[in-house]
Unconditional design. Structure first.
Length: 234
């Protein structure tokens, strides 16, 4: 009985001794928390890649690829020119429309006053004419020709060209030659009217005397035709 207790105590002691030795061996190989902390702090830091924060793009630059690479520049401040620009450069289209009529009125010279020819001037014309109460005025023409307008008041009745070569004929119609003149005759209903006459002479000056009617209707038309038929070279 005593021997059995002794053996049992010996077994327990041996087991306890072996467990203690295992614990000591495990404690010798496993690092403690302090040792882990010291080891981590002693290691050199490793490089890590952190994604860069997203940069909000300019809406205008996203539409144009060239604008994304080009630096943004502010507009240069306006510089006032020392020498004033011409009015054509400084006026806007709206200002030009407003000022143009004013400039035209300011720059327009008064229209030349039309003065009827005197009796002496009419007698010196290269042709004879019966005005029948109308007036005749000289119109601007070339240096080698004269143009005259026969009118009653403000109504032109007929025109007369005296010069080297006329633009005959003006009207379209039947052509007739009577008493040294070539005439254009038009038909209006049952009436025939002589509306244009040409005197063409090779041995006289002016070479052409050309008469054409301007008024075509009513009493003015009748008077114009009658006066035109009285024209005859001197």
């Amino acid at each position: 009985m005593t021997k059995a207790k002794t053996l049992s105590s010996l077994v327990v002691s041996v087991s306890a001794l072996m467990a203690a030795q295992g614990a000591l061996a495990q404690s010798a190989t496993a690092p403690t928390a302090q040792e882990l902390t010291r080891a981590l702090n002693a290691r050199s830091p490793q490089a890590t890649s952190v994604p860069a924060p997203a940069v909000q793009a300019n809406p205008a630059s996203t539409q144009d690829p060239a604008a994304r690479s080009a630096p943004m520049s502010r507009p240069a401040p306006a510089v006032t020119a020392v020498r004033p620009a011409s009015p054509a450069q400084t006026q806007t289209p709206a200002q030009a429309q407003v000022t143009a009529p004013v400039a035209q009125v300011r720059d327009a010279s008064p229209a030349p006053r039309i003065v009827p020819l005197s009796n002496a001037a009419i007698a010196a014309l290269p042709f004879r004419i019966d005005l029948k109460g109308a007036q005749i005025v000289e119109r601007p023409a070339g240096p080698s020709a004269k143009v005259y307008s026969v009118r009653r008041g403000e109504t032109p009745l007929l025109m007369i060209y005296a010069g080297p070569q006329s633009d005959y004929p003006i009207y379209g119609g039947d052509q007739a030659e009577v008493a040294g003149r070539t005439s254009i005759v038009v038909t209006e209903g049952v009436r025939r009217r002589a509306v244009e006459h040409l005197f063409r002479r090779e041995d006289a000056q002016p070479a052409d005397i050309h008469v054409w009617v301007m008024a075509m209707d009513g009493a003015d038309g009748d008077l114009a035709e009658q006066i035109a038929q009285t024209v005859d070279p001197r």
